[in-house]
Design a protein around this ligand. Structure first.
Ligand code: PNS
Length: 161
């Protein structure tokens, strides 16, 4: 069975990677779906985000995980991929409301699509890409939150400004 793990991944964190590893053990195939949203400003381009995730997946040796980008609606992308499972990470109760709404909208748009919420490990429950970017932008230590490769990319981006 195949599952989609969608997100912005701007950038991918250790929390995201933990979820990807865990899902890859439960499903035959996992598609990490990177949102290419032209109206949403991201620090990294879609190409950069795809490359970063692919490198991490390769380092982890996850042969059943594929990384793709998508435009528009997740429901349409899932239909194109003939996939009926979307996985979202749930870090804390504060994530729940937004995830519930998205899951219900997606289910309305594509009734076969089931959203499964996967609980984050406690050590990753406070990590978000936005917080990582904020700490990195002020030169703080982000080594517990992202891999060395991602840390290097963040440093490169912030050294430009
Ligand atoms: O990492 P994020 O930003 O929480 O990921 C959110 C994402 C990409 C999963 C979500 O915004 C999404 O699926 N966007 C595509 C547009 C869509 O399908 N919207 C309908 C649900 S409201």
């Amino acid at each position: 069975m195949k599952a989609i793990y969608p997100g912005s991944f701007d950038p991918i964190t250790r929390g995201h990677l933990d979820i990807i590893c865990r899902i890859s053990k439960k499903f035959d195939k996992v598609i990490v779906a990177v949102l290419n949203n032209k109206s949403k400003r991201t620090l990294f381009t879609t190409g950069q985000r795809l490359d970063m995730i692919r490198e991490e997946i390769e380092d982890l040796g996850l042969s059943n995980v594929e990384v793709k980008s998508f435009d528009g609606l997740l429901a349409d992308f899932a239909k194109e991929e003939e996939c009926t499972i979307a996985i979202k990470g749930l870090r804390a109760v504060t994530d729940y409301e937004a995830e519930l709404q998205e899951a219900q909208i997606n289910s309305q748009l594509y009734p076969d699509l089931e959203t499964l919420l996967m609980v984050s490990k406690a050590e990753y429950s406070f990590i978000s890409s936005s917080a990582v970017k904020e700490v990195a932008s002020f030169g703080g230590d982000i080594s517990d939150f992202v891999t060395e490769k991602v840390e290097k990319k963040l440093k490169e981006e912030y050294s430009k400004s």
